[in-house]
Design a protein around this ligand. Structure first.
Ligand code: 6GU
Length: 252
């Protein structure tokens, strides 16, 4: 899968995406990341890509010319038109299902805005969808694009090892992860939960499931509405709700 990231800061994007699993996937030829500098498509003799907003107001607006030209230049090199995602707080909120769906594309064009935004005509002409990564304001779309590439790339077949994708499956069940421990057995007086040392696989699985439920109930209770829950899960949740509202409730 090929990511084409249109930005005023190509170095930032390339550096940020070269580490860890993503770097490994790129080495293996499973993904590629091409950063395209929008500035290379300006016809302004001072290489500007932004100008004052019509109607007045604070800040600058990205001009449609260089952006549209940059997008079309990428599209021309592809066998078929790619989806063009404009990273913007006005977009639909990015999610795991969206990452999984986008991972089926061969090419994806990610357009990073800056300043107060992008001229609306560029959006109308070349953008196919707008995506936000959450309800907060970033200085530009670059960090959002990097977040998206990371989440999408790990959904591309072959990018994760078997054990990594097995873990993925468990997150997809819609609950938060259970706590993990490794050596040493006691650290600063805190011991690893005994059940994990027992070698009793069924008890370990049950403990982990209950801890997942506990964490989800404490931090993200709204996820429980959508999670697939067994009868046993529901009984545990009743128990956990009582524990959490009890005299010692609200801990951890
Ligand atoms: Cl995609 N862009 C900007 N500038 N801010 C954001 C965002 C995107 N998503 C959340 N905040």
């Amino acid at each position: 899968m090929n990511f084409h990231i249109l930005t005023r800061f190509p170095d930032m994007v390339e550096q940020g995406l070269s580490a860890s699993i993503l770097g490994r996937a790129e080495q293996a030829g499973l993904i590629s990341v091409h950063a395209v500098n929008i500035r290379d498509y300006t016809e302004d003799r001072h290489l500007h890509v932004d100008d004052y907003p019509y109607g007045g107001g604070a800040g600058m607006v990205m001009q449609p010319g260089p952006v549209v030209k940059a997008v079309r230049s990428v599209q021309e090199k592809l066998d078929r038109p790619a989806r063009v995602i404009y990273l913007s707080p006005q977009g639909k909120t990015f999610s795991q299902p969206m990452a999984r769906e986008l991972a089926r594309e061969e090419d994806l064009i990610l357009l990073c805005g800056h300043y107060e935004g992008l001229d609306e005509r560029a959006i109308e002409l070349v953008v196919t969808e707008q995506v936000s990564i959450g309800d907060y304001v970033l200085t530009g779309g670059e960090l959002a694009a990097m977040v998206m590439v990371d989440a999408i790339a790990r959904m591309v077949p072959g990018v994760l090892t078997n054990s990594e994708s097995a873990e993925e499956e468990s997150f997809m069940q819609g609950l938060l992860e259970y706590p993990q421990y490794t050596r040493p057995e006691v650290f600063e007086g805190k011991a690893v939960p005994e059940v994990l040392l027992s070698g009793h696989h069924a008890n370990i699985a049950a403990w982990r499931r209950r801890e997942s439920l506990r964490r989800t109930l404490a931090a993200r209770p709204e996820l429980l509405d959508r999670a697939e829950l067994s009868k046993k899960d529901r009984a545990w949740l009743d128990e956990l709700r009582r524990e959490m509202s009890g005299p010692d409730g609200g801990d951890t």
